[in-house]
Design a protein around this ligand. Structure first.
Ligand SMILES: *[C@@H]1O[C@H](CO)[C@@H](O)[C@H](O)[C@H]1NC(C)=O
Ligand SMILES: *[C@@H]1O[C@H](CO)[C@@H](O)[C@H](O)[C@H]1NC(C)=O
Ligand SMILES: *[C@@H]1O[C@H](CO)[C@@H](O)[C@H](O)[C@H]1NC(C)=O
Ligand SMILES: *[C@@H]1O[C@H](CO)[C@@H](O)[C@H](O)[C@H]1NC(C)=O
Ligand SMILES: *[C@@H]1O[C@H](CO)[C@@H](O)[C@H](O)[C@H]1NC(C)=O
Ligand SMILES: *[C@@H]1O[C@H](CO)[C@@H](O)[C@H](O)[C@H]1NC(C)=O
Ligand SMILES: *[C@@H]1O[C@H](CO)[C@@H](O)[C@H](O)[C@H]1NC(C)=O
Ligand SMILES: *[C@@H]1O[C@H](CO)[C@@H](O)[C@H](O)[C@H]1NC(C)=O
Length: 329
């Protein structure tokens, strides 16, 4: 009921062009010329009543540039393939400076066909996030003439068991709506619908391009290889990526726990054994869009992977799941 009222409110607000239900309701559309302001650091947290929340992140402050290593997409028959020699883009997330986070911060910009979680706080009684049924978010780029951006996204921002555009909509609505700097009033009185969607996609890609995980690992002799006797060691992976990024990223593993494998059975190392994700952490000076970042170590536990020597498998993609990208990383 509450969500419905917000929706009704926005229809009206949209027509008369007044304030709508945003992260900071009632925020002025004027005077967000960030170059005239000192580029403040996003953590420790800035107070939105004292600074311009369009010019520095004030809602969260800890940026996470996240990637996947997957071996298949589940939609190969529709031509949804993984780019050879590249990890794929997962997203650009915003945590509070203390490492906790929230999601789906503006339901008036809900473009996720499969909300996950399906309530804003993930609890059964939380505010429902209604599944989006309109034209996919990729189509939002067309009036902006951003066909090159769409091609890049279709090459490197790849979903698993879902169409890519549905996944992009998920990433935007779950995460980008929580950034103060992608808030609609920041774009001024001549805001064009979905301008901030384009801005978010471009920003997520600019971060992704700074952290070429595949290349970094390959240059250290770490490449995907199958065979149970061909494992890598967590400390070696962490060392390479920390050195390149300038701080320790989070490494995520899936697959069996080490203590259930032949090599690790009955041992105390119960970490997972198949390398699948990396999250690079940064703070930003000024708008995150400018990319003026400083790397920071992952907050909390830096991995769920097994730590034992040779315990981690970095798998080769399945036959037929990859293609050579025609647009460069
Ligand atoms: C915008 O800036 C001008 C020039 O400093 C100032 O006169 C005006 O009050 C400001 N308006 C708002 C809404 O901040
Ligand atoms: C982390 O910071 C957020 C935002 O200030 C706050 O709402 C939350 O309670 C904090 N969480 C913890 C565990 O301190
Ligand atoms: C959710 O709401 C129901 C009905 O109001 C209540 O019985 C239940 O305890 C609530 N659950 C939680 C986890 O708050
Ligand atoms: C959210 O998903 C859970 C698990 O699939 C389901 O039981 C619940 O009814 C859903 N809640 C809403 C608000 O759609
Ligand atoms: C592991 O535990 C199982 C059952 O507790 C036992 O049968 C087996 O011998 C143990 N293996 C090793 C290598 O200790
Ligand atoms: C592996 O470790 C997990 C977590 O500590 C534990 O729950 C599980 O029983 C262990 N499994 C085996 C086979 O030792
Ligand atoms: C990350 O942690 C390491 C080890 O504790 C420390 O030496 C390093 O200074 C930290 N790096 C940053 C950027 O905080
Ligand atoms: C590598 O191993 C994984 C896991 O068994 C499998 O899914 C994948 O198809 C394999 N790739 C190749 C090229 O054999």
């Amino acid at each position: 009921m509450w969500a419905k009222e917000i929706y009704a409110g926005v229809v009206v607000a949209g027509l008369v062009g007044t304030a709508n239900a945003q992260l900071y309701p009632g925020q002025s559309k004027l005077n967000h010329t960030c170059l005239l302001q000192k580029p403040l650091l996003s953590c420790p947290p800035q107070n939105p009543s004292l600074v311009d929340s369009c010019c520095v992140e004030t809602f969260g402050g800890l940026l996470l540039s996240t990637q996947f290593w997957s071996t298949y997409t589940g939609r190969e028959s529709s031509g949804q393939l993984l780019p050879e020699k590249a990890w794929t883009l997962h997203g650009l997330w915003l945590d509070f400076c203390n490492g906790s986070f929230t999601q789906y911060c503006d339901l008036t910009r809900q473009y996720d066909p499969i909300p996950s979680p399906n309530t804003t706080d993930g609890t059964k009684n939380g505010t429902k996030v209604p599944p989006y049924t309109g034209p996919n978010i990729g189509t939002f780029l067309e009036p902006f003439g951003k066909f090159d951006l769409l091609e890049y996204m279709s090459t490197y921002w790849i979903a698993q068991n879902q169409d890519n555009a549905g996944f992009w909509g998920h990433e935007f609505s779950k995460h980008a709506t929580c950034f103060s700097t992608f808030n609609v009033p920041c774009y001024g009185p001549e805001y064009r619908q979905h301008e901030e969607v384009v801005d978010f996609f471009e920003t997520a890609i600019s971060y992704y391009k700074q952290v070429p995980t595949y290349k970094w690992l390959k240059n250290a002799g770490i490449v995907p290889r199958n065979g149970t006797d061909k494992g890598y060691t967590y400390a070696d992976l962490a060392k390479v990526l920390s050195k390149k990024h300038g701080a320790l990223p989070y490494l995520g593993c899936s697959g069996p726990r080490y203590n259930t494998t032949d090599a690790g059975r009955n041992g105390t190392d119960s970490g997972f054994t198949v390398l699948s994700e990396v999250w690079y952490y940064d703070y930003a000076y000024g708008r995150p869009q400018e990319g003026n970042t400083i790397p920071v170590n992952a907050t909390g536990s830096p991995t769920n992977c097994a730590k034992a020597k040779g315990a981690i498998r970095y798998l080769e993609r399945s036959a037929g799941s990859e293609k050579k990208p025609v647009v460069p990383y």
